[in-house]
Design a protein around this ligand. Structure first.
Ligand code: ADP
Ligand code: MG
Length: 611
């Protein structure tokens, strides 16, 4: 029988390896940036065209290569970084597999220009599909420039698999940011289709994070630091109030390499427990230094997954370090998350047995079902839907709640109030547990949920303003300057019309800065930045709802962000205003998020408690 085993020709082997190393333009960017860093560059430029499909070029001012090394660098397993297997355990460089350049050259048109400081002229090499097509001396600055054109030109299936330029560019930006976030001492430039995306001069880490994610980030960061025998931890976490609904900035680096670790992520999230809402995500930039012998970074070809030897200890140390930072920098809850300190058990009651009071509320009970002015017992209706309750009201009293509450006292007394009630409607409101406003109606006790009720009030107000364009604006003496990253600014531009309608007045948009010349009356100037932030995050999330209009979505978001919160103390006047405004709404029974805004506990139920 004939022998059938063949050794694959090198260019075929390279193409196969390339499939593993180079999945998309962003992988090339990563490899080239890492090589530039390994070469000791202090300035690195990245130039990209059409999402990297037509050009990816990285220019560095690092040590460059000799003529022989320049040629060798494209050979598979050519690396200057290890010479024995033992070296693998003591690596401080990024690359070491010696595969990247060989792989890239197998599937693209590559041109390299390189010069070492000691050389008088440099070297220029052209390679296409693993074949050297040109080699000559060239005048070139110290360092290396590698341009990669027509990626996957010889693997059409791969090329067709690439996504739109925009998507590929996003991946490239992500890789770029990961690298820039580690090497803050290196200056980076990034151009796409001729326009500058990033210009990052060398700075400290905190400033680098701000360069990458917008200047407002700087004030949100809280440092973390810990040294133990097992691990060194440094970096920053974002203050809990800036947690985002969308998964925001979450970065782990191990020995200066970006990694993904659901396990360590969990550790960070658990440290934030109780400080941020359940559906929000904390931002963090955590840098771990571990003994290279205790971590296997290379279990995945794209090297973002790692295996730690002592994962459990790492988890615990990380968690307590972050908790410590949160405590030390006094960033414990600034926002209220429905936690009401008044409802906490006082110390004197702890350890004592608790008898839970039982309140049964008949959800189908309709205080208005008996008809206006009947004065007698209310009938129960067999609906449990609160919208129906509202419809029922409309049928019996065409003027609606609002008229009942604000126009004529006699009418109210005749209906909602019992005869011995004081003349002033709602004169006897009180606040319960800083969460509810309680008033009496003829049939019993009215309990409204202050946050949801206010959301309803604001929602209808903003919706009206957005559609009728009559929001009251407070003109600012000095324009308010706010910093946003590019994506956020674009989104704000998109929303500028409806936002103008509710009272925002936009001045100029320059770079990362937005100037506001007016703000809605309702929002204090100092709170504008935060409101816009929340608005952007919420808008991006679209509130998970289908086809609601932009106006409605915006009104909801503003209502949610500006409504009084549970835990806020309301004085008597505000309580009254809230009740009156709620019942002046078109749909007082439900919050804009379809939650019940109020309930009525019938007298009968209260009587039962005393029987
Ligand atoms: P690795 O980085 O794993 O060693 P690469 O294929 O990425 O493998 O690079 C091969 C070799 O080429 C490197 O080990 C290095 O010696 C050299 N090299 C690559 N890029 C550069 C650069 N920008 N400047 C200097 N030398 C470089
Ligand atoms: Mg490399």
């Amino acid at each position: 029988m004939a022998d059938i085993i063949k050794i694959l020709p090198d260019h075929v082997a390279n193409q196969i390896a390339a499939g593993e190393v180079v999945q998309r333009p962003a992988s090339v960017v990563k490899e080239l940036l890492e090589n530039a860093i390994d070469a000791g560059a202090s300035n690195i430029s990245l130039i990209v065209k059409s999402g990297g499909k037509t050009l990816i070029q990285v220019v560095d001012d690092g040590q460059g290569m000799s003529r022989a090394d320049a040629l060798l660098s494209f050979e598979r397993h050519a690396t200057s970084k290890i010479s024995s297997a033992q070296d693998l355990f003591n690596l401080s460089t990024k690359g070491f597999r010696g595969e990247a350049l060989a792989s890239i050259a197998a599937i693209a048109h590559v041109e390299m220009l390189t010069r070492m400081e000691s050389m008088e002229v440099g070297e220029k090499i052209g390679i296409e599909g693993s074949k050297i097509v040109s080699q000559e001396m060239a005048v070139t600055p110290k360092g290396t420039s590698i341009s990669v054109k027509n990626l996957f030109f010889n693997i059409p299936a791969r090329r067709n698999f690439l996504k739109s330029d925009q998507v590929e560019l996003r991946h490239i930006i992500e890789e770029f940011q990961r690298v820039a976030l580690v090497h803050h001492g290196i200056g980076f430039h990034f151009h796409n289709n001729g326009s500058e995306l990033f210009n990052l001069p060398p700075v400290n880490l905190r400033k680098r994070i701000a360069q990458v994610f917008g200047h407002r980030m700087e004030g949100r960061l809280v440092p973390v630091r810990e040294e133990t025998g097992l691990v060194g931890i440094s970096g920053f976490i974002c203050k809990p109030e800036f947690a985002k609904k969308s998964r925001g900035e979450q970065y782990f680096f191990v020995n200066d390499r970006f990694i993904k670790s659901p396990y360590l992520h969990h550790s960070v999230v658990s440290a934030f427990e109780g400080l941020i809402k359940a559906d929000h995500h904390p931002g963090y930039f955590v840098y771990l230094e571990v003994d290279p012998a205790g971590v296997d970074i290379n279990i995945h070809p794209t090297k973002t997954e790692v295996k730690f030897e002592d994962e459990h200890s790492l988890y615990a140390i990380l968690r307590s370090t972050i908790k410590h930072s949160l405590g030390q920098f006094n960033v414990a809850p600034v926002l209220d998350f429905d936690h009401d300190p008044n409802l906490d058990t006082p110390y004197s009651y702890r350890d004592k047995g608790v008898v839970l009071p039982k309140v049964t509320v008949d959800a189908g009970f309709n205080p208005f079902g008996g008809g206006s002015g009947s004065g007698g017992k209310f009938q129960k209706v067999d609906t449990r839907g609160w919208e129906k309750l509202h419809e029922g009201l409309m049928e019996t009293d065409t003027k609606g709640f609002s008229s009942l509450l604000v126009e004529s006292h006699t009418e109210i007394q005749g209906d909602l109030y019992s005869d011995d009630q004081m003349g002033e409607p709602w004169a006897t409101t009180l606040q319960l547990g800083r969460k509810y406003v309680v008033g009496t109606v003829k049939s019993g006790m009215l309990v409204i949920h202050q946050r949801r009720a206010h959301q309803r009030v604001l929602f209808e107000k903003f919706l009206g303003e957005i559609t009728v364009k009559q929001g009251l604006s407070q003109q600012l003496l000095f324009p308010l300057e706010l910093e946003f990253n590019k994506g956020d600014l674009d989104l704000l531009k998109e929303l500028s019309e409806p936002l103008t309608n509710v009272g925002f007045a936009f001045g100029s948009w320059e770079g990362e800065t937005l100037k506001l010349t007016g703000v809605p009356l309702l929002i204090p100037e100092s709170g504008i930045g935060k409101v816009l932030d929340h608005l952007l995050a919420d808008y991006r999330d679209g509130y998970g709802e289908g086809n609601i209009s932009q106006a409605e979505l915006l009104a909801k978001i503003l209502a949610r962000n500006l409504a009084i919160k549970s835990g806020e103390v309301l004085d008597q006047e505000s309580q009254l205003a809230l009740l009156n405004k709620l019942f002046a709404c078109k749909e007082p029974a439900l919050s804009p998020f379809q939650k019940i805004t109020y309930t009525i506990i019938p007298d009968g139920d209260i009587d039962k408690k005393f029987s």
